[in-house]
Design a protein. Structure first.
Length: 194
């Protein structure tokens, strides 16, 4: 297994040379930071650029392993998440959590992909009963999401094939037991890119 620094050097070669992140960072900027041994900065820039451009799953795997070796756990989880999206597609939604007074959560949860709630996405069992589906949840641009708050989220279904019918505008509900704790409207569904 290559060390983190070798992985970063190899990963930059998988990014299109003309790729630019939304914040204006370029592949040239990454190469400069690699030359200065600014490893964490180079990793962050590669993630930013890869988030803005289609890249192979191998790039996300390299970045995840480099982040693991550098003990950057949130970066590792994000890179693993993005690798899953390349394989299984992307589902984004706008989630509003119900307040505690509405039967929702009483506390905030970390938005870094570890929560695995149940979702009513319209599927039914053979006898017509509601069939809840599991998907991990990543909150975009916020470390936590609390009762009564709204945020854009990404979903990583346990069984992606059961979610293929969703389209922008569909409304799904989040459950942590039987009562609804959140309502989400699908805002984007992208197919796998493998």
């Amino acid at each position: 297994m290559d060390d983190a620094f070798t992985l970063l050097r190899r990963a930059v070669d998988l990014v299109p040379e003309n790729a630019v992140a939304e914040n204006g960072q370029t592949v040239g900027d990454v190469r400069k930071d690699l030359g200065l041994q600014e490893w964490e900065m180079a990793l962050d820039m590669l993630i930013e650029i890869a988030d803005a451009h289609p890249v192979p799953i191998s790039l996300w795997e390299m970045l995840a392993e480099a982040a693991r070796q550098m003990m950057l756990d949130t970066n590792r989880r994000w890179c693993e998440w993005r690798g899953l999206e390349v394989q299984h597609g992307t589902i984004r939604a706008r989630l509003t959590l119900l307040g505690a007074d509405e039967g929702g959560r009483r506390s905030a949860f970390d938005g870094d992909g570890r929560l695995r709630p149940l979702w009513d996405i319209g599927n039914r069992t053979e006898d017509g009963q509601r069939d809840l589906n599991i998907a991990r949840l990543w909150v975009e641009f916020a470390p936590k999401l609390g009762p009564g708050e709204t945020a854009d989220i990404r979903l990583a279904p346990l069984r992606p094939e059961q979610w293929r019918h969703l389209k922008p505008g569909d409304v799904i509900t989040m459950h942590e037991a039987q009562p609804v704790v959140g309502i989400a409207e699908i805002i984007e569904v992208l197919p796998p890119r493998v």
